[in-house]
Design a binder for this molecule. Structure first.
Ligand SMILES: Cc1cc2nc3c(=O)[nH]c(=O)nc-3n(C[C@H](O)[C@H](O)[C@H](O)COP(=O)(O)OP(=O)(O)OC[C@H]3O[C@@H](n4cnc5c(N)ncnc54)[C@H](O)[C@@H]3O)c2cc1C
Length: 426
């Protein structure tokens, strides 16, 4: 140990959905965890708010149901696809056997629920305003990291595992020498939020006209989150054409939105830009280090899977780290001990990416014949008796969480204190 260094079992860099949930799950297993979050508050720029149904099930099994209910959320009941003014497909999420639907809750609220639950455990330490700067490495293994406070002062943290949960532009990944294969999608996104018209249902809608589209998501409590595609690196040209032209385009794509667009979409300041890419990271771990969430694999926004995979990563990793740290076989958690976790999670993410790529290429179609073919394909899919089975497989893909591990977490769920926990766990 170096003199003056803070020591902990686990250092998690990044307090987004993946890092905050993992920190909580490890603390309730009795471990000491420091979650270092560079922002000063949970308020963040426009982020993922849809939680896919499998993660809703997981969060309820973990005991977060009452906290979610208390905050409130919005149930997304289905998705409708419109192409060139015609409704071509509809999927009613309520018909899936999983028994729940995706929910919409602001990301700060979700993270706040995790951190509030963490306060019940002495080992949980979530600190704002702390930025990762570099790794501490020794004999080829990661042994900790240097962190910087807002006042510029730095400090060293020694940990038996460093978790890079610092998102799509992960600095931890870079510092560990783990490369990302970044694949740009054909489009970027400009997002904005509008009040939800009273007649608008609780359906997500994909409104497509040739190679232009709007993704319209009912959002808690009473708005619509809307993403409008633009060609890759097309923001400059869009801005040059002027804000009025952009607004007119949006209204032409979906005239039902015209009244709220006219009244509430007033300037570029009401919009935020999202670069769309996927990132494949061939190697997620080293001795003493693991990447999770967007840091290990960045999804596109199709079907709101980013938070889903982040939650599943955290829930799958917690028992693996706890077992390794309890067994105390090595000074750090080794990459070998993380192999099964990585293999399993990679399988889930590859499945999500495969589906997203197919959708992305369908959305990029602009030629007259391509548009006709696309419409015919989705119409056919809509009429197929196996439609619900196919979508169930894609949207509610079985994940790799061992029910025994979930049961272990559920026995020690939110509101169960350390003292109680010691009488309820092995
Ligand atoms: C505009 C937008 C809309 C989206 N919509 C959806 C959606 O509807 N549904 C969905 O499932 N997904 C959506 N996503 C994706 C989703 O937000 C991410 O997949 C998800 O947040 C990933 O969680 P994470 O914890 O891995 O990373 P993040 O949420 O990116 O969290 C990483 C955290 O690390 C912190 N951090 C970064 N660098 C450092 C550092 N050096 N030191 C310390 N802390 C650091 C960041 O401040 C951040 O809090 C959207 C993303 C964007 C950008």
């Amino acid at each position: 140990m170096s003199g003056g260094a803070v020591t902990t079992d686990v250092l998690i860099v990044g307090g987004g959905p993946a890092g905050a949930l993992l920190g909580y799950l490890l603390a309730r297993r009795g471990l000491d965890v420091l979650v270092a979050e560079k922002q000063l508050t949970l308020e963040r720029e426009f982020r993922g708010e849809t939680i896919a149904a499998p993660s809703v099930v997981t969060l309820r099994k973990l005991g977060f149901g009452p906290a979610l209910d208390q905050h409130g959320f919005l149930r997304t009941e289905g998705v409708t696809m419109r192409m060139e003014g015609r409704r071509v497909m509809h999927v009613d999420y309520r018909r899936f056997p999983i028994g729940t639907v995706p929910i919409d809750i602001p990301q700060p609220a979700l993270i706040g629920i995790f951190t509030a639950a963490g306060q019940a455990y002495p080992g949980f330490d979530y600190q704002f305003g702390i930025t990762f700067t570099k790794l501490v490495q020794q004999d080829g293994a990661v042994r900790g990291a240097w962190l910087r406070r807002r006042d510029g002062s730095t400090f060293e943290v020694r940990a038996r595992i460093v978790v890079g949960a610092d998102g799509r532009f992960s600095k931890v990944r870079h510092a560990a020498g783990l490369t990302a294969d970044v694949q740009e999608m054909a489009r970027d996104f400009l997002s904005f939020r509008l009040p939800r018209p009273p007649e608008w249902g609780l359906q997500a809608e994909l409104v497509i006209d040739r190679d232009r589209h709007l993704v319209v998501l009912p959002t808690f409590p009473d708005s619509l989150r809307i993403g409008n595609n633009l060609p890759k690196r097309g923001l400059g040209a869009l801005r040059k054409a002027g804000f009025d032209a952009f607004r007119a385009d949006v209204m032409a794509l979906d005239p039902r939105l015209a009244p709220v667009v006219r009244e509430h979409l007033r300037s570029w300041d009401d919009t935020s830009f999202l670069e769309i890419f996927t990132a494949e990271v061939p190697q997620w771990s080293r001795d003493g280090l693991i990447l999770i969430g967007d840091a290990s694999h960045t999804c596109t926004p199709i079907l709101g899977q980013g938070v889903n995979v982040a939650i599943q990563d955290a829930v799958c990793l917690a028992p693996v780290l706890a077992a390794s740290l309890r067994a105390d076989r090595h000074p750090v958690v080794t990459a070998a001990e993380l192999t099964d976790f990585v293999t399993e999670r990679r399988r889930h993410k590859a499945f999500v990416t495969r589906f997203q790529r197919i959708q992305e290429s369908a959305l990029a179609t602009g030629s007259a014949s391509g548009v006709l073919l696309r419409r015919a394909r989705y119409r056919l899919l809509d009429a197929l008796p196996v439609k619900y089975r196919l979508f169930d497989k894609v949207l509610n893909a079985p994940h790799s969480i061992d029910p025994v591990d979930l049961a272990d977490d559920a026995r020690t769920g939110p509101g169960v204190t350390t003292a109680e926990r010691s009488t309820t766990t092995d």
